[in-house]
Design a protein around this ligand. Structure first.
Ligand code: HEM
Length: 630
């Protein structure tokens, strides 16, 4: 029997090793200058828009010339207003050449690294390189392994406690010190392993952020700044604090059932720290989506951890009293009571997550994330079958007093545990890779007909002043406005006391005027950012310049603005979100309501608590619908 378990375990790991490569997160949505752009002038700024919020400390742009030499720029800056934007300012005097913009970012939403590059050309086009928008990423087995270990140990700890409270205590009311000691040991092992899991997860985050191996991450200088300076670090510290708290509670001298309840509640909080850093936290309708992921994780923990604790006690029970069929039957009964609602909750929250993160059959079949999910479902289906056998056959046989089935029960649960391990390894690969929706969108050829950024640049000469005027990216919305002043002899004018822009929409005169004062930055350059160009169409921008001992200079420019293209935003459209949220919301309410009635609302039962979770999920989903359609 042992060799069969070992063989199937090795088979599962081997199967998943072949699915190793994947795509990473925080994808580049659009850039100014655009990939392959050919510019006449050096860009005032290089700005990149990403699909997720960025960690300022660990996100950067490097500019290289065609020789591969690094070009000095200002420090990379994550926009304080919109942290999905990253920018640098190159020198104003960039010579004609082909430049490569190489970027490396860490998502503040789910901590995953991604990097890539593209190029643009200043001056003659024939040297323009046809660089593509490269997003290179691969995920080592280490990442999937550590995430699987993390999920499994969380399940062992929380599910181990849950089994004792929701299955063993009601099924075996009289004390059984030997078996309780066994359960305590398994929970203690789970607690210690979660401690290791926390360290491994931090090292994994450091190694991917610093691009070093796991071993090198131990001594990496940025480990400290990740802990104290990033959202991931904050959540990690909360996780460790909760872990220590559980340890104190578990080892509290007084042995009472309340100790287990307190530990369980803290354990459920611990799971939340994991969900707050999963793909769900980077998705739309964040509150409902993170809650759904949390419920998914909690159902997993109670089911999978419960199965391990089950095998742990049923073997010893059989040794203690070979004819313990009654106890075994009651244990199966209580466990199945909440395993059933765990499975229902997993299917409801899993289907929502699958819709959100995958979204189409082609994304399911052509991306690694999608293939990992398929792998997961391949392990899940037989799992359902086995659970049904235990519910409908094993329990009946045990109730009939057939002691042979106590041994069979242990074997069946053993196979279930192996299959759940397969499911969790697939989840390890999924949570280590870019969601299928994003990866699939990135695989699609970029829509060349989409409107490209149209930076506006013009110059006028009046009195004794050259006035240059740039608007970047030239779309409706937030733009960077730059006025460059120089004398006819070519000397910069750095001492203007006022450089003010007055905006009027030529196509919508009723809009009225708005103003923007520019700040001096360097040489004869004055800049400011603003959303004054708020509608598409032609605009009149009056530039008013005041200089000491000189008459005011006033000149007009006429940029035309277009709506910024929503380039390949993989997020699901609003209409689909409303349908999905409504469907899952109703399902949650119906399934939660039905099983709450079945549990006759006895609050301290797992099925009642999980039903409450499903009802809360339903309410949160429908509240999101109300907010979206409100
Ligand atoms: C219909 C069946 C299921 C579907 C469609 C499904 C789908 C998903 C999806 C799409 C995710 C999101 C992964 C991510 O963060 O990108 C997920 C997460 C997860 N699933 Fe499932 N799942 C199902 C059943 C199960 C089962 C049976 C288990 C365990 C036995 C399980 C355990 C997990 C775990 C532990 C996570 C990670 C949650 C996190 O990191 O916060 N799932 N699932």
């Amino acid at each position: 029997m042992k060799t069969r378990y070992l063989a199937s375990l090795l088979l599962i790991i081997a199967l998943l090793l072949v699915t190793d490569t994947a795509q990473a997160h925080a994808n580049l949505v659009i850039s100014v200058p655009a990939a392959n752009a050919v510019l006449h002038l050096a860009p005032e700024e290089i700005r990149l828009w990403f699909s997720e919020r960025l960690e300022p400390q660990f996100s950067s742009i490097t500019l290289l010339n065609s020789q591969g030499d690094r070009v000095e720029t200002t420090a990379s800056l994550v926009d304080s207003v919109d942290p999905t934007q990253l920018s640098v300012k190159p020198p104003r005097t960039l010579p004609n050449d082909v430049y490569t913009v190489s970027w490396q970012v860490i998502s503040a939403d789910d901590g995953h690294p991604s990097k890539g590059s593209f190029s643009f050309t200043i001056g003659d086009t024939d040297r323009a390189g046809k660089a593509v928008n490269l997003t290179d990423s691969s995920i080592s087995v280490t990442s999937a392994g550590i995430r699987t270990f993390n999920l499994w140990t969380l399940a062992l700890l929380v599910g181990g406690i849950g089994f004792w409270l929701f299955t063993w205590s009601p099924a075996v009311p009289q004390s059984n010190p030997a078996l309780e000691r066994r359960m305590n040991i398994l929970i203690a092992v789970g607690w210690v392993l979660v401690g290791f899991g926390s360290v491994f997860m931090l090292l994994l985050q450091t190694s991917t952020t610093a691009n070093v191996s796991l071993i090198e991450a131990i001594g990496s200088p940025i480990l400290g700044s990740i802990i104290v300076g990033t959202r991931y670090g904050l959540l990690w510290m909360v996780r460790v604090a909760l872990w220590i708290l559980i340890g104190i509670v578990l080892w509290w001298p007084t042995v009472s059932k309340w100790r287990l309840w307190v530990a369980l509640v803290i354990g459920v909080g611990l799971l939340l720290t994991n969900s707050l850093f999963s793909h769900a936290s980077a998705a739309s309708d964040e509150t409902a989506t993170v809650f759904s992921d949390w419920l998914h994780l909690l159902s997993t923990a109670l089911w999978v951890g419960g199965l391990v604790q089950f095998v742990n006690v049923i073997g010893a029970l059989r040794k203690q009293s070979p004819s313990a069929t009654g106890t075994a039957a009651r244990t199966v009964g209580y466990f199945s009571n909440y395993a059933r609602i765990c499975v229902v909750s997993l299917i409801i929250t899993g289907s929502y997550a699958a819709w959100l993160q995958v979204g189409s059959i082609s994304a399911l079949l052509t991306t690694l994330y999608g293939q990992s999910l398929l792998m997961k479902l391949i392990f899940f289906l037989p799992l359902l079958g086995l659970a049904a056998i235990n519910l409908f056959v094993t329990q009946r046989k045990l109730n009939a007093g057939e002691s042979l089935w106590v041994g069979r029960l242990r074997e069946l649960v053993g196979v279930e545990i192996i299959l759940t391990l397969g499911v969790l390894i697939a989840v390890g690969a999924m949570t280590s890779s870019s969601p299928a929706r994003t990866a699939y969108a990135a695989q699609q050829p970029s829509d060349s007909s989409a409107a490209q950024p149209t930076p506006y640049s013009d110059m006028s000469m009046l009195d004794d002043v050259h006035v240059g005027f740039d608007v970047v990216p030239g779309w409706v919305g937030v733009n960077t406005f730059t006025v460059t002043l120089a004398t006819f002899e070519g000397a910069w004018i750095p001492d203007a006391t006022l450089v003010r822009l007055r905006f009027e929409s030529e196509d919508n005169p009723s809009l009225g005027r708005s103003e923007l004062k520019l700040e001096h930055t360097q040489d004869g350059t004055y800049t400011a950012r603003g959303a004054n160009i708020s509608l598409p169409g032609k605009w009149k921008v009056r530039v008013n310049i005041q200089r000491p001992n000189a008459y005011d200079t006033v000149t007009d420019f006429f940029p035309a603005a277009v709506i910024a293209p929503q380039a390949s935003d993989p997020a699901p459209p609003l209409s689909d979100r409303v349908v999905a949220l409504s469907a899952v919301g109703l399902l949650g309410l119906i399934a939660g309501g039905y099983s709450a009635m079945r549990s006759s609302f006895r609050p301290l039962r797992a099925d009642a608590l999980l039903s409450l979770g499903l009802i809360a999920l339903g309410i949160l989903m429908l509240l999101s619908v109300a907010r979206l359609t409100g």
